[in-house]
Design a protein around this ligand. Sequence first.
Ligand code: CTP
Length: 399
Amino acid sequence: MITNKKVTLIVTGSVAVYKSLHLVRLLKKANNDVRVVMTEAATKFVQPLAFETLSKNRVLDDSFEPENPSEVKHIDIADSSDVVIVAPATADILAKIANGIADNMASTILLATTAPTFIVPAMNSHMYDNPATQRNLQTIREDGDHILEPDTGFLAEGYSGKGRMPEPEKIVDWVSSEIEPNDQLLLGKKIIVSAGGTREPIDPVRYITNHSSGKMGFAVAKAAADAGAEVTIVAANTSLPTPAGVKIVPVSTAVELADEITSRFPNADGLVMAAAVADFRPKNVADHKIKKQADQDTMTIELEKNPDIVKQIAANKRSDQFVVGFAAETNDLVENAQKKIASKKLDLIVANDVSGKGVGFNSDNNQVTFIFADGHQQKTPVESKQTIANELVKIIGEF
Ligand code: CTP
């Protein structure tokens, strides 16, 4: 159940606006703080006062004047929302979302928010079926927002068709099932999560490493533990707090990581390999600090290959075990990740564009594409690593 969240409800101009009043009541009843944003067209169907009375918050519309001019209201709302719901969503707002148009309060918030966004289209069935609307819906879906199919039934136009806004109870159930924690989903399962970045020593003071902070792996561990699993994190050089109930095994190098995972995996139900592993390590590790020579301009370190841990584990796994890998890419994300899932024989790969601003390494947010062994894909919006971890656990729960 969606509860204790900051919900921004964007209401656009459709006759279905009246149903959104009940949606506000349901969200409030479940202890959510609801902020309603209305387009001008929406205010023609229902007065903002009705939404204000039910939400107990001031409605934001295009006539809104900030009480505090130093506050950028649309950004403030976009940033502080846990969840954004657009219900009803007209063909017009869909076109704006699909094309990144920000020309009123509602569309600006939608462009600015990084919160998971749930869109409930409601319109005339011919408008819904129009190729332009279908194209926009496809784009929005690919961009990672969640879309609820309209119901089929009697429309305000006097004929039957697909375009009716589903009942508010159904909308609340749908949003809840997408965001709610995975209670007991992994009860009784033993899961190993690797996290962090390996360090490959060059000498006693230097090493080769990468930018991984371990945040994604720790979020997965927390999500799995919250879902009832017995979780062990094999953590390579992390300094994050250990999630409640999770066991930590610290390691440093790829070989240590490989040893710990290999010895533990036979007793586990699955592995989530979120650690960033150095593919190579210095062939000879000096036992003293390497000194530079006075006339030295270059230096060569010979590297040798580290084991591909996840590949080895997946090659030897039992049929009742699963192995999930990550793919950190800076280009050709899906293509490269598809090659990895095939060559490493994984059940799932979480493909991660680490070149984007505000996502990936060290960030609290991420945007990933889940790629399944059968080739189908599921792209998330930019959302917190914890939300993505919860979604991953939901998928694992179905293995
Ligand atoms: N991985 C591993 N052992 C390695 C290298 C990677 O187990 N020696 C795992 C990672 O933990 C991740 C997946 O393989 O789950 C993909 O890692 P990534 O670094 O994206 O790819 P690589 O296989 O190393 O390929 P490349 O560096 O060429 O992109």
